[in-house]
Ligand binder design. Sequence first.
Ligand code: NAD
Length: 338
Amino acid sequence: MMDKVKFGIVGCGRIAQRHAEHISKNGELSAVCDIDLDKATRLALPYGAKVYQNIDDLLASEKDLDLISICSPNGLHAEHSIKSLDAGFHVLCEKPMAINVHDCGEMLKAAERNNRRLFAIRQNRFNPPVAAVKEAIDKGILGKIYSVQLSCFWNRNFDYYHNSWKGTLELDGGTLYTQFSHFVDLLYWMVGDVRKAYALMGNFAHEGVIEFEDTGVVALEFYNGALGTINYTVNSFGKNMEGSLTIFAEKGTVKIGGQYLNELEYQNIEDFEFKDLPQGNTANNYGKYQGSMSNHDKIYENLIDVLKNGSSISTSSFEGLKTVEIIDKIYQSAKLNH
Ligand SMILES: NC(=O)c1ccc[n+]([C@@H]2O[C@H](COP(=O)([O-])OP(=O)(O)OC[C@H]3O[C@@H](n4cnc5c(N)ncnc54)[C@H](O)[C@@H]3O)[C@@H](O)[C@H]2O)c1
């Protein structure tokens, strides 16, 4: 098939830097675009990529690309992905896939009608303890899952939201979309689809700073009968504290913890023990705050394997839609309970 995969990037902010690094290791960064020309130019320079100020110009001029990586604000993911797919390119979309289920559906339809691949990023799946526990669940080592507890205790202060699309309903969508969609993805991946969500939310420390909740408590019922809770906040004082998932199952209890679901904190499993888990990647460090584990290398390795060798996608767009659907259910419930 293709020799060197040629990439474009739409949105040249923080996470785009990471994409550019991995693109240069796996192929060629040919073109970038940002409404802020300075940011686009800065990203393009080390890689000799062409610079555009809007996506339509990029798509009209760059016929030679293979794939576009969408790194724009959440609320633009659908528009930018659909335009790129309709122009005939494969797409890798940052998380969350979109901020409503309808848009995710339109993205899937665009991929189908153009016979292109749509990859949706959810890199926490590659954290060593997460991958190990998922494998154990799939092999039946834990038995039936009874209940789960997801804790997301992070800190996002005024500076983080100041002068940014982050914190707006239209482009961000909500704390579960921007901060914690990775974590919700793991509930779907490890436990299953959610039948019912019951949620309460509040904005305690970010009044006038963000247009939605900074804290939520959620009760979940899964289709397989398991029960779950999510307790999340961006008010952990001064710094991120914890991102953890505890699973209570028929043959064992296990807790994946650390700040980013990167450590196996507790295990007590019948006739089984997780041993010698490999050291994972470090978290994305943005100077004043930290994000999730930086596993974009794994995403790009898989992407190249899919495009060149016809392997299967490790983080599919259908599952991207499911994460958005679960978050959507949670927000709908919070509105009803308000
Ligand atoms: N997977 C992860 O761990 C991870 C980490 C951080 C961010 N993200 C996601 O990546 C996306 C970008 O986040 P970020 O932190 O890099 O934000 P950012 O604000 O640093 O970058 C976004 C960029 O998009 C540009 N932009 C805005 N409108 C545009 C348009 N119409 N066309 C082209 N460019 C446009 C902005 O000028 C900005 O440079 C978000 O969806 C976010 O949720 C994912």
